[in-house]
Design a protein around this ligand. Structure first.
Ligand SMILES: Cc1cc2nc3c(=O)[nH]c(=O)nc-3n(C[C@H](O)[C@H](O)[C@H](O)COP(=O)(O)OP(=O)(O)OC[C@H]3O[C@@H](n4cnc5c(N)ncnc54)[C@H](O)[C@@H]3O)c2cc1C
Length: 521
């Protein structure tokens, strides 16, 4: 059996694991990052794609006088600001409207959202403001006439799977080894009962050994499975709740302003957000088994459609272009039976007596805080302080992050002269820059004009990107490319099916297996 020797093995290349690997590699550890599937194929590519403090959690904090909730909101607002500065090419501030049915609720929302702005401190990205019904209708023309007025506030919107990929690739650039389709199937302990290694299995069934000083389990909703490899009698710590999103062909947010529906019948909130020229609606919150977490049910899709029809009465037959589901890894509240929508999305880093570290719970926005807390646990297991991190900006951004946005606009000229003239050229420049940041010109530099031609007018991906994804971004299946390297399958499944044969041909040319599209993978 092949044996690898590393300082740190991170299991799971979602947002948490990739960020942990990136931060650890920058501190000089020899890191291996393994994922059973593709980079970010778990919950991290299936989120609502908001960088947010969580307006709902702020309300919950006040209603329950819960300081832990309030701290979580403040921490997440800081992180929202961090990502918007760090990767401005794939994350941007977005205004959202919270409609109200009378002036009392409008002032209540205004007060709460004013607090939201204040909590963000220096990282505040906009000032919430009162809107009249007419102002709301200018932004959301098809919204029901039943609303009286509302409040606008700001949060961040980002491309979750591209950021996940860039975190993993940046970890690799900092020296981490990155292996996808490597499932950890066993853990090894020394004579003292301390964790000292793991066994992985690839898709061909071949096993490899990972001898290591420390292991971090960042497997999201699968965290208990790995914990049980260390101790089969251990109690589970994670609740799984499925969140479904649908994408509608109809453009309900034509001005780029999103909508937060404040109160569903089951006491939650729903978002309708602009999404690659279409409308993303979500999400649901249904406790489920792990194996069902990525499978949207028609009942949940109908639930979302029902709210679309209620709030947009002129739209009685919305056209669903894609739908996807993901499992929330919620930290189990000790001994209580609270509904999953009320469980605090706070993370916990657990270290078992055998030394296995598990990152549990949390949210996308705060994955860096999860990584910092995991590093503290790693230092304890290694019994040494790690050095200060090397400066290694995320791939795609400028080495001086304050210059990324300016450099992107300077770069437009190069892209304009390199891309084929077409009505899609402007969209293609935006697409290339938001996927690759400042690396965009190098992605197409060695390709022919034909390979630069956009393949779809929904998302103008071109063949040069397909090749780049296979050669340099660890893409191994058509779904890796069409759902995660670019988001076409998650925006418009039938359009992704249309260009699938072109993607399959590239896999064939590289001598790799061809596969069908499967949004549950
Ligand atoms: C519907 C929904 C909407 C959300 N929206 C937002 C939002 O808008 N903003 C926000 O901040 N947060 C949001 N979240 C929360 C956020 O998406 C998650 O907290 C985050 O993505 C979890 O990342 P993770 O790395 O812990 O888990 P995952 O992304 O699930 O990664 C775990 C990885 O471990 C791998 N793995 C599992 N078992 C093994 C094994 N044995 N060996 C090797 N690898 C293994 C999996 O393949 C997977 O890639 C949302 C969550 C859901 C469900």
């Amino acid at each position: 059996m092949h044996n690898h020797c590393v300082d740190l093995l991170v299991i799971g290349a979602g947002a948490s694991g990739s960020c942990i690997a990136y931060e650890a590699a920058k501190r000089g550890l020899k890191v291996a990052l393994l994922d059973a599937g593709d980079i970010g194929c778990g919950t991290s590519c299936r989120s609502t794609k908001l960088l947010h403090g969580g307006v709902r959690y702020l309300e919950l904090a006040f209603k329950t006088l819960d300081l832990a909730q309030l701290r979580l909101v403040r921490e997440a607002l800081y992180e929202r600001g961090h990502w918007l500065e760090e990767v401005p090419f794939l994350a941007h501030p977005m205004e959202l409207i919270l409609p109200s049915k009378n002036c009392i609720s409008q002032y209540y929302y205004r007060l709460g959202l004013g607090m939201y702005d204040t909590l963000a401190g220096q990282k505040n990205i906009g000032h919430s403001r009162i809107l009249s019904r007419q102002q709301i209708k200018q932004n959301l023309p098809l919204l029901s006439d039943e609303i009286a007025n509302g409040v606008a506030y700001s949060d961040g919107q980002f491309d979750d799977s591209r950021l996940n990929l860039l975190l993993a690739l940046s970890a690799e650039k900092s020296g981490a080894e990155l292996y996808t389709r490597y499932r950890v199937v066993g853990l090894e302990k020394n004579r003292n009962g301390e964790i000292c290694g793991a066994i992985s299995q690839n898709e061909a069934g071949e096993q490899e050994r990972w001898t290591t000083k420390v292991i971090v389990n960042a497997t999201g909703i699968h965290v208990d499975t790995i914990r049980r490899l260390a101790d089969e009698n251990i109690d589970s710590r994670i609740l799984v709740s499925r969140g479904v999103h649908i994408v509608l062909e109809e453009v309900l947010c034509p001005k780029g302003v999103g909508l937060l529906l404040p109160a569903t019948d089951d006491g939650r909130v729903l978002f309708l957000l602009p999404f690659f020229g279409r409308t993303q609606v979500g999400t649901t919150d249904s406790p489920c088994e792990i194996n069902d977490a990525n499978t949207p049910s028609s009942k949940e899709e109908e639930y979302l459609i029902d709210y679309v029809k209620r709030w947009f009465p002129s739209l009685q037959k919305p056209n669903i272009k894609s739908s996807w589901a993901g499992g929330r890894p919620l930290l189990k509240p000790s001994g209580s039976s609270r509904h999953t929508s009320q469980v605090v999305r706070e993370h916990e880093i657990e270290t078992l007596p055998c030394g296995l570290i598990s990152a549990m719970g949390g949210k996308w926005t705060t994955c860096r805080q999860i990584a910092f807390d995991a590093l503290k646990a790693i230092e304890k297991v290694l019994d040494k302080h790690l050095p200060e991190p090397r400066y290694a900006p995320i791939i795609g951004s400028h080495k001086d992050k304050s210059k990324t946005s300016e450099s992107l606009s300077n770069q437009r000229k190069i892209l304009t002269s390199s891309l084929p003239a077409s009505t899609l050229q402007n969209n293609q420049i935006l697409h290339l820059q938001s996927n690759y940041g400042l690396q965009a010109p190098s992605i197409i530099a060695k390709s022919s004009q034909k390979q630069r031609e956009p393949l779809s007018d929904v998302i103008p991906i071109c063949e040069a990107e397909i090749e780049h994804a296979i050669k340099n971004e660890h893409a191994k299946t058509s779904t890796d490319i069409l759902a995660r390297r670019c988001r076409l399958a998650m925006v418009d499944l039938s359009e992704a099916q249309r260009i699938l044969p072109i993607v399959q041909k590239h896999f064939h040319d590289f001598g790799l297996d061809i596969s069908d599209l499967d949004l549950q993978q």
